[in-house]
Design a protein. Structure first.
Length: 174
């Protein structure tokens, strides 16, 4: 179950948030780094032992999907996003243009049937098209959702939990 925690940036107050990652409680402390001119997250266990310090990285906004097509012969789903001219920000972090043939982790959200939803390693074909392997037919699309790049700030530290920052909030899964 996803937990959403709003974050109000402050250079004067050091916000401390209790989060649960892989079933254990942790303290998340958000600090401002004067030299780097950015926020950092500091993760501590409940005894005060330091776990990690990493920059606060915001995930880019979701992108609307224009079409989705399952190709049975290839066991792949092809996802076409809306025209890039409609995007307020580049899909790649830092505005880096992604080259065709690059493998990118995309997350599909709000699709019906839910078999489409999830995080996938996708083959980037061009600015609007990518494909993901889908070993079984996920069924006909009832509702087209959106695609996003979720940047997990604690990747590799926890088996199942993620810590995402987007839209001014922390998202803790599960």
């Amino acid at each position: 179950m996803k937990t959403i925690i709003p974050f109000i940036p402050s250079n004067l107050i050091v916000p401390t948030i209790q989060v649960t990652l892989d079933g254990s409680p942790y303290k998340l402390v958000v600090t401002w780094n004067v030299s780097a001119q950015r926020y950092y997250i500091n993760l501590y266990d409940m005894d005060g032992n330091w776990i990690i310090t990493t920059p606060l990285i915001g995930s880019p906004p979701n992108r609307m999907v224009e079409s989705v097509k399952y190709v049975l012969a290839e066991n792949r789903v092809y996802v076409r996003m809306v025209d890039p001219a409609m995007w307020p920000f580049p899909l790649s972090p830092g505005g880096i243009v992604t080259k065709p043939g690059t493998i990118i982790e995309y997350t599909l959200e709000s699709f019906q049937p839910e078999t489409y939803n999830g995080k996938y390693r996708a083959l980037h074909i061009n600015e609007t098209l990518f494909s993901i392997p889908m070993p079984t037919n996920p069924g006909p699309i009832l509702v087209i959702g959106c695609v996003c790049r979720l940047l997990d700030m604690v990747t590799g530290l926890f088996k199942t939990s993620t810590l995402i920052y987007r839209n001014g909030c922390f998202e803790v899964n599960p």
